[in-house]
Design a protein around this ligand. Sequence first.
Ligand SMILES: [Cu+2]
Length: 453
Amino acid sequence: MITRRNFFTKAAAAAAAATGTAAVSSLVHSARADEPVNSRRQDPARSTGYDQGDAPKEFPPGEPGKDYTPVITPNGSALPYKVVGGVKVFHLIAEEVDHEFAPGLRAYCWGFNGQVHGPTIEAVEGDLLRIYVTNKLPENTSIHWHGVLVPSGMDGVSGLSQKTIGPGETYKYEFKLRQHGTYMYHSHSDDMTQIALGMIGMFVIHPRTPTGPKVDRDFALMSSEWRIDVGTRRPVALEMTDFNVLTFNGRAFPGTAPLVAKYGDRVRIRFGNLSPMEHHPIHLHGCTWKITEMDGSQVPESAQHAGNTVLVAVGQTRAVEFIADNPGDWAMHCHMTHHTMNQMGHNAPNLIGVRPGHLDKKVSTLLPGYMTMGESGMADMGEMGMNVPRNSIPMLGAHGKHDYIDMGGMFTILKVRENLTSYDDPGWYENPPGTLANLASNDELQRDLGGRP
Ligand SMILES: [Cu+2]
């Protein structure tokens, strides 16, 4: 870990060599060993960027497997890099992507490097980064490193921090990572359009010297929301309230890959939320987690409260950790009920409790195949597999092991298993005898309730 003390001690030594003792004393006075590692306090000496030669390059580029355990981005990937002269070089290409949200629904989105969302940028505290951003979009763009402490001119706000990146242009961002934690990146140019179309991604900075128990599984999940009208192929960037496709890492259930863990694994899940408008309370079944990180800052162990739901507001990141000590298939989802539906329309009449009587027969003479729907609830709509417009997944769920799962959207499954030989999807959980809810027998009803209800 780069503590402020060793950072400034080394910075001071370098500065002393370059500029003499006056610089040394100002640097040394600004170093305080009692400040948290992730202190947000800006210091002129540390915010000038490495390009100006003031920051000593005391760390070799962090290596996956050696300096950190790589993050898993379900349905996504990590952005590859190469090391040039001790600098990690990344290349993001902003471009249109024909993206699949779930089987049956594709749309033309804007993402990075052929993906929605962008690949996860992963590096180590102390690394020097050079990130090229090529704009293959039809309008200007720029990229903001959300939560990452960078020099002002590297902050990526079009017009404010830098000139905007025109179509066909490639800009270069350079900065040294002075913190660790879970962060994000996103377009900061025509934000409303570009974020609504998918231009967001996770940015994970591993500690140089990890503390605390090592995690076995380290997942990154970005929440977002979209308005894609049934039968269309372009998300509506103007939407402000009525989102109908809710996603983890750009995928809606049943398009979300499960999170697989071995029994006993220590699991970290890093949540980010760059939805255009809404916060998401993410809830996990079957396990109790502790919130270990908020917006990249470590929560001291004494303040890590245990729970099963974490609110991730727009612009926030949260990391949780738990031991996967409960084998099974566990739902993990946003707890806003409309956020676990697929292409739910919200302007249909309320038919719950309505008795259609002969209505269906009469209307069907005018509209062949007509059927009143929703009078006994809406759970069966997805399962019925009715004819829907091409390229749409209204109310789609999935066939589960026991029955139809009438969930969609921001929903995925944590699969905890004993005796795993790989982290590939192990299929559905086999419930041990006596641990599955099932139809009560007449004998049981008689014994316990005095008869059949
Ligand atoms: Cu939600």
